[in-house]
Write a protein that binds this ligand. Structure first.
Ligand code: CUA
Length: 166
């Protein structure tokens, strides 16, 4: 009958419409996955290691005697820094020029900012996480290292500096 044929045509149209919607959803999901993957691939590999912020001074990598610059056997230098209201330890970080430098930074209390002037290092340091940044300094000189994340009443006075020696 004609009404049966009409019904089939409507059903086919509805089916095509939903097929198009399903394809659109799949395309959107794939685009989101690709975008997220690219986004993470381009992010510096920071905030992936965890640490107990309440025992930093007592044991482990960030005890006071272990802070500052340390030469590695491969010729690179690792710099360990603790941020806390309202200072960085150490206050003055000395590193050699033209050397691969890895900064490992954590916070003993709240979220702080970590920025080294004239480099692309500009991130946050969160309690409970070790932030890692890799760079090298092509020439000698001083770089300011201010906390740029509001962390309390003493925030404005929270800064250190990086001294690069030839
Ligand atoms: Cu620490 Cu602002």
């Amino acid at each position: 009958s004609s009404s049966h044929a009409e019904g089939a045509a409507v059903a086919a149209r509805v089916e095509r419409k939903w097929a198009a919607v399903a394809v659109a959803i799949i395309v959107l999901l794939v685009a989101m996955v690709v975008f997220t993957g690219l986004h993470w691939a381009m992010m510096p590999p920071s905030r992936v290691e965890t640490i107990d912020p309440t025992t930093l001074h007592v044991s482990g990598e960030f005890i006071e005697s272990n802070l500052g610059s340390a030469a590695e056997t491969d010729g690179s230098v690792t710099v360990r820094i603790v941020a806390q209201q309202y200072s960085f330890t150490p206050q003055c970080i000395v590193v050699p020029a033209n050397t691969p430098i890895t900064f490992r930074v954590t916070s003993a209390d709240v979220v702080h900012g970590f920025l080294i002037a004239d480099t692309n290092i500009n991130s946050m340091v969160e309690p409970g996480y070790i932030s890692t940044f890799k760079t090298s300094f092509p020439e000698s000189g001083d770089h300011l290292m201010p906390c740029h994340e509001y962390c309390g009443t003493g925030h404005e006075g929270m800064w250190a500096h990086v001294k690069v020696l030839d």
